[in-house]
Design a protein around this ligand. Structure first.
Ligand SMILES: [Zn+2]
Ligand SMILES: [Zn+2]
Length: 202
């Protein structure tokens, strides 16, 4: 996996090349190297499930490098607003539903480093982009070895039947129904306060 080629792909997928893309590509490359995954979209396909902690530019780049996509259930979104991601290696089983991986987080200090190392580059966006290309992995990221619980039903290829919500009748996949008494309800019907929308049809 080569940085420049991946950056080109990330640019196409994301619509523009920005500092966040560079950081995301570097982050995912670093994680793959740590896990000795050389071809995440080739022979190592289906080995990774990635938890991203932010929905920004870097997230798209991580998807490009790892091949993990939301629509394949291989990309999990944890809404913490943090520039970090955990890369779970499904071949490293350490217990029941328990897998080894690495959590890689962007260091806050990398912004200052960008200023120190490349003071002559303007504007700031270009300065950051350059720094994220040039700085070492250790200067950009902190790394934690982690274990992640991933039950079979959270796996990319999990096959589950569909059941209809007892209240609204809409289909529910992946065992996301909630039992209320002896009725199976969908997320919205079982916890109306969690609805992110309000119906305004006349
Ligand atoms: Zn961007
Ligand atoms: Zn419902």
């Amino acid at each position: 996996m080569e940085l420049e080629a991946l950056l080109k792909e990330a640019e196409v997928a994301h619509g523009h090349l920005c500092a966040g893309q560079v950081l995301g590509v570097r982050m995912a490359m670093h994680a793959c190297a740590l896990l000795q995954i050389t071809e995440p979209r080739g022979k190592d396909r289906k080995r990774l499930v990635t938890f991203v902690e932010i929905d920004r530019c870097a997230t798209d780049a991580i998807g490009v490098v790892t091949g993990c996509r939301l629509g394949k259930r291989a990309l999990k979104f944890v809404d913490w607003g943090k520039m970090a991601a955990t890369f779970v290696d499904l071949t490293r089983v350490v217990g029941d539903d328990l897998y080894r991986g690495v959590r890689v987080a962007a260091l806050e200090s990398s912004k200052d480093l960008a200023r120190q190392r490349f003071p002559e580059i303007e504007p700031k966006n270009l300065q950051q982009m350059t720094a994220y290309r040039e700085l070492s992995d250790a200067e950009l990221f902190s790394v934690e070895r982690v274990e992640v619980r991933l039950p079979a039903k959270e796996f990319p290829g999990y096959k589950a039947g569909r059941v209809a919500c007892a209240l609204c009748g809409e289909g529910i996949n992946y065992d996301r129904g909630v039992l209320r008494g002896d009725e199976l309800l969908c997320g919205g019907c079982s916890a109306p306060e969690s609805r992110y929308y309000k119906v305004v049809n006349p």
